[in-house]
Design a protein around this ligand. Structure first.
Ligand code: UGA
Ligand code: MN
Length: 331
């Protein structure tokens, strides 16, 4: 009886050991990902493979809580590379179309991941209209103001010099502070005038800016577009119909600068003194880069992803002087 028990035990023993080993091996194997990596954007598709997403969310644009929860827990084990923040500096001034312009811009920016909007009012104080607007815009923003001195408010003189400089100063101050606390963060800056039209693809392009990147701009300089001419991956000239002698024949909407470059050139600013219309871009870029160094984006500068649209001045000829409306409505 005893020997039969023993023999059964020895027959079963190897099988029990095999089962234990199999179970152990299986639990040590890393779990397969439950969701696609968030880095692969629903917008990415097509050639070029993985691109940085416009926004980390569901393809339908809604936040998709469940997904984000899963991604969070996974990122603890396997940290993702940090997505550089895009800082958009927008100078803006009070006029009948201002809220409409800002609304159009916010509707675009809201769809871009990790974008921080720096809105700089050309005014002696922050207006209620813009303050209220930003509070409800649904995206991270900073609201600054600085008035353009009266003597510079003339046709033919460069616009928004002081406002862009205020944006640069804020950015430098904030990041010096983060640097001191060893919380340096990657970032890209671009100047987003409030009346232009921006495609979402533009943000994917500029996000990978190492120093200074450039791309074509539509509807500018009296042509359908202006663009940097590219040869063997380098900018070698400019396709432009206006002042081709400009060192950088590019509109404000045609370039982005890495935060690193902004911080390591603390004196680079827009200048009033000696600056001519249309030369602001060149004067600024000259301080931080060279033409040879520029990084061409948008398929070697062959795609228009931003348009220098300008909004027609509105006709308010029929606004009443008397018998005003009984309610006060913000437009
Ligand atoms: C062109 C360029 O695209 C601008 O980047 C450049 O600043 C401008 O020329 C210039 O001459 O300085 P344009 O369409 O003629 O642009 O200029 P606006 O769109 O009228 O102004 C550029 C930005 O400055 C806008 O965001 C606008 O809201 C703002 N702005 C304009 C002010 O903050 N204050 C003003 O008095 C006028
Ligand atoms: Mn404009």
């Amino acid at each position: 009886m005893k020997s039969m028990l023993f023999s059964r035990f020895f027959i079963l023993l190897p099988w029990i050991l095999i089962v234990i080993i199999m179970l152990d091996v299986d639990t040590r194997r890393p779990a397969p990902p439950l969701t696609p990596r968030p880095y692969f954007s629903p917008y990415a598709g097509g050639r070029g493979g993985a691109r940085i997403p416009l926004r980390r969310s569901r393809p339908d644009g809604r936040p998709g809580r469940g997904l984000e929860k899963l991604n969070e827990s996974r990122s603890q084990a396997q940290p993702e590379p940090q997505l550089p923040t895009i800082y958009a500096i927008t100078p803006t001034y009070s006029r009948p179309v201002q809220k409409a312009e800002l609304t159009r811009l916010a509707n675009t920016f809201r769809q871009v991941a990790q974008l921080h909007w720096i809105v700089v009012e050309d005014a002696a104080a922050r207006s209620e209209l813009v303050s209220r607007f930003l509070a409800r815009a649904g995206l991270p923003s900073t609201h600054l103001h600085v008035p353009t001195p009266r003597r510079y408010k003339r046709p033919g003189l460069p616009r928004a010099t002081e406002q862009r400089n205020a944006g640069l100063a804020w950015l430098r101050q904030r990041h010096q502070h983060l640097l001191l606390h060893q919380r340096a963060q990657p970032g890209v800056l671009f100047f987003a005038d409030d009346d232009n039209t921006y495609s979402l693809e533009l943000f994917q392009e500029m996000r990978t800016t190492r120093k200074v990147s450039v791309w074509p701009v539509g509807l500018v300089g009296g042509r359908r577009y202006e663009r940097p001419l590219v040869k063997n991956g380098r900018v070698v000239g400019w396709y432009t119909g206006w002042r081709a002698d400009r060192p950088f024949a590019i509109d404000m909407a045609g370039f982005a600068v890495s935060l690193q470059v902004i911080l390591s050139n603390p004196k680079a600013v827009f200048k009033r003194r000696g600056s001519q219309p249309g030369m602001q871009e060149s004067d600024f870029l000259k301080q931080i880069t060279t033409v040879e160094e520029l990084e061409p984006k948008a398929n070697n500068c062959t795609k228009v992803l931003v348009w220098h649209t300008r909004t027609e001045k509105v006709n308010l000829a029929n606004e009443p002087k008397y018998h005003l409306d009984t309610v006060k409505i913000e437009v």
